[in-house]
Design a protein around this ligand. Structure first.
Ligand SMILES: C[S@@+](CC[C@H](N)C(=O)[O-])C[C@H]1O[C@@H](n2cnc3c(N)ncnc32)[C@H](O)[C@@H]1O
Ligand SMILES: Nc1nc2[nH]cc(C(=O)O)c2c(=O)[nH]1
Ligand code: SF4
Ligand SMILES: [Mg+2]
Length: 245
């Protein structure tokens, strides 16, 4: 892997709390990469792929990202979350992952599970978030099967989770399908934010909490969704749709 390869970066921020998933609440830094192979109708990070922030993309070397993490975050953190966009489009992340591990940091990564990279084996907290019908996207079950099988074969089952965003009843049926296909993988049902452009955080929080309560109630009544967790996006409740939090 050449150290000359760059990574298209849109945001570096933190420390903040991981607002979603299995390690919700964990203190972490974020690196958000540009570019996605999907275009989910309700993507809360559409600026990573819709062209609206293309002038903000920086092509950075791993060492530059490490420097900036230190400058922005100081030294009071030990965990970095890589998100996007789809960071799994980028073979160039291998070097950053190695460098972060060499310095003793642990690494989380968020991807929809549509692309394989060898470095997926190195991620400590790997969240796969296949997309339900409301997103308008189609799941590539072959790639998703491969990622989950490879993690299992490589004894990296631990630190793997599935997180399905649910907006409606049809999405919930999809969630059941995913959970039944991979019953051994920790499964999170995430309340969808159907208003990802709202600029009023207080109004949004009230609405999201109501929707979360409905989702909790619905999942509690489900016969199929037994070994699951239901979570909101904590950062959206705290800070709304703001970038960089
Ligand atoms: C912006 S995505 C980036 C990583 C990757 N492309 C993916 O979708 O997993 C990060 C997480 O936010 C979730 N997400 C995106 N838009 C959302 C929304 N409107 N409501 C709830 N979760 C959302 C995704 O499902 C994913 O788990
Ligand atoms: N605090 C916080 N937690 C998050 N968890 C997943 C995020 C993402 O956009 O990938 C995210 C984010 O953008 N902020
Ligand atoms: S896969 Fe993730 S980043 Fe890509 S459009 Fe969907 S939610 Fe957004
Ligand atoms: Mg987000």
């Amino acid at each position: 892997m050449s150290s000359r390869e760059t990574i298209p970066v849109l945001e570096i921020f933190g420390p903040t709390i991981q607002g979603e998933g299995l390690v919700i609440g964990r203190k972490t830094m974020f690196v958000r990469t540009a570019g996605c192979d999907y275009s989910c109708h309700w993507c809360d990070s559409a600026f990573t792929w819709d062209g609206s922030a293309k002038n903000e993309i920086r092509h950075m070397h791993a060492e530059e990202i490490l420097d900036e993490l230190g400058k922005i975050g100081g030294s009071g953190w030990s965990h970095v979350t890589l998100s996007g966009g789809n960071p799994a489009l980028l073979s160039s992340l291998a070097l950053l992952i190695d460098n972060l591990h060499e310095r003793g940091f642990s690494i989380a990564l968020e991807t929809q599970g549509s692309r394989w990279q060898e470095w997926l084996m190195e991620i400590d907290d790997l969240t796969l978030s296949p997309k339900p019908p409301s997103s308008g996207m189609k799941t590539d079950w072959i790639v998703l099967d491969k990622i989950i099988a490879r993690r299992k074969e490589g004894d990296r089952n631990e630190g793997l989770s599935l997180k399905v965003v649910v907006m409606d009843e049809i999405d919930l049926t999809y969630a059941v399908q995913v959970h039944q296909r991979y019953p051994d993988v920790p499964f999170i049902i995430q309340a969808g934010n159907d208003d990802p452009t709202s600029t009023d955080p207080d109004k949004l929080a009230v609405k999201l909490l109501k929707q979360y309560a409905c989702l909790v109630d619905r999942v509690m009544r489900s016969e199929e969704l037994r070994n699951v967790r239901v979570l909101p996006q904590l950062h959206a409740l705290l800070w709304g749709n703001r970038r960089g939090v």
